[in-house]
Design a binder for this molecule. Structure first.
Ligand code: NAG
Length: 449
């Protein structure tokens, strides 16, 4: 089985070389056909499958569920299950705060242990909750919440050291950011390991060689700031001074730290681009993080390719950018050219979809130099406060794609991963899904290779 998996994985890297991670985009997940709802979380790898576990914000800030999605390439994601679900009362009841779920595997008990921030809607309880499961995306049994060592606990994360020792990272508003030692079964906090004098939140710990890197953000609510990091060779300190790791003034490329993960040798920053007025539209900012000696530096990329088998990454390939309203294309059934000042060529195509027969837009002559599965960016406008959908048919193969709301007429980006044929004969049709209105389409960004 193992060798079969590696063979498939090896072949897959040949044929899916243009799969792209696109920060800030709508990511439509198989199994829901909706934008991925796993905010404030992290990725756990089990048997060469990556599981993203995070908060469901589909209906706003209050707790709805903790979701789990799976992927083998970090681009195409499938909804697996809800790990914790809304209860009629208690810590997981209505109008509760359940944030930043993070999971560690405990080798001694063979259990997956989830720690999460538990609070009431005014953030007055400030407790850390714990739950366990026999499998990564199984049903988690909620065991309760407490204030670790009697201190407030808000944003939290977990860390498993190379010797298997577990730690809880927790933000104690009254005193500062803490590293606490977990018990051997990871289910309780045993003692304090370190207290940073600064009151930072959104912690994430990463170990490279013998150097520990602590990442965190300043406190500015849902708005992003320049996140910072510091290093030490012992968790008990001494820790270096805090420093920026992304371009100063970029507000960490408009994101807040959620986790730092190692994907087969590529260190990846996982951040949340929170949208406080409509939290379900929050997107994911995943970017390569360069660790060199005791320094960490984050690259901003519009699109990038992660080669998991090789443990390498590259920036995205060059692209063609076909306009929806180009005379090469065709539209019918009521779809028409609209003026759109923030769109490229100041126009897009609207009235796609809608009641039967519905408007359609057909991109013709889409080119690729190779036959490959590739990730196309779709620039779109959706003035609603909820997602719009389209049935997108690429060379006869259809897929439902979601499109998050956009604001101020400025196009947003959704992602479409489809096989393209070598040559200029590719056709991509946008049409109604369930008789709903699709978004207005501005243009596509199609990798040339
Ligand atoms: C730009 O938009 C106009 C209509 O507004 C259209 O006729 C023209 O073909 C578009 N140009 C390109 C390059 O797509």
């Amino acid at each position: 089985m193992l060798s079969l998996f590696f063979q498939i994985g090896f072949m897959a890297t040949f044929t899916v070389a243009s799969l792209q991670i696109i920060p800030g985009s709508t990511i439509t997940t198989a199994g829901t056909n909706q934008h991925m709802q796993a905010h404030g979380g992290g990725i756990v790898e089990v048997d060469n499958v990556f599981y993203l576990i995070g908060e469901n914000k589909l209906a706003g800030s209050a707790f709805q569920s903790i979701n789990c999605y799976s992927s083998t390439d970090l681009v195409q994601w499938t909804f697996v299950s809800e790990l914790l679900t809304l209860q009629s009362s208690g810590d997981l009841g209505p109008n509760r705060v359940v944030e930043r779920p993070h999971v560690l595997y405990n080798d001694a008990t063979s259990k997956y242990v989830m720690w999460m921030h538990i609070d009431d809607s005014s953030y007055a309880e400030a407790r850390a909750g714990v739950a366990t499961s026999a499998s990564i995306c199984g049903d988690y049994t909620y065991l309760g919440a407490s204030q670790p060592l009697g201190f407030q606990s808000r944003d939290l994360n977990v860390f498993k050291d190379t010797d298997g020792t577990g730690y809880l990272l927790t933000e104690d508003r009254a005193n500062g950011l803490r590293i606490d030692l977990l018990s051997a079964d990871y289910l309780s906090v045993v003692s304090a390991t370190y207290l940073y004098a600064q009151d930072y939140e959104a912690p994430a710990l990463y170990k490279s060689g013998s150097t520990y890197f602590m990442f965190a953000s300043h406190e500015s609510g849902w708005s992003p700031n320049d996140n910072i990091y510091c290093t030490a060779t012992s968790l008990a300190g001494p820790w270096s001074a805090w420093a920026d790791f992304a371009t100063a003034g970029s507000n960490t490329f408009s994101s807040q730290t959620a986790a730092i993960v190692n994907i087969n040798g590529v260190v990846m920053y996982m951040g949340d681009r929170w949208q406080s007025t409509n939290l379900m539209t929050s997107t994911y900012v995943w970017l390569p993080l360069t660790i060199s000696g005791p320094t960490a530096a984050l690259h901003n990329e519009v699109n990038w390719i992660l080669n998991i088998a090789a443990g390498t990454w590259t920036t995205g390939p060059s692209e063609t950018t076909p306009e929806a309203e180009s005379s090469t294309n065709s539209w019918a059934g009521g779809a028409r050219i609209l003026t759109c000042s923030s769109c490229s060529n100041a126009s897009d195509i609207g009235y796609i979809g809608g009641p039967s027969p519905g408007g359609t837009l057909t991109f013709k002559g889409i080119s690729s130099t190779v036959s490959t599965t590739t990730t196309i960016r779709i620039h779109h406008n959706n003035g609603d406060s909820t997602q719009r959908y389209a049935n997108v048919v690429a060379n006869g193969v259809s897929k439902v794609i979601a499109f998050l709301p956009t604001t101020g007429g400025v196009p947003g980006t959704s992602t479409l991963t489809v096989p393209l044929n070598a040559g200029t004969g590719n056709t991509i049709v946008f049409e109604a899904y369930n008789s709903g209105w699709a978004p207005d389409i501005d243009r596509l960004m199609v990798p040339v290779s």
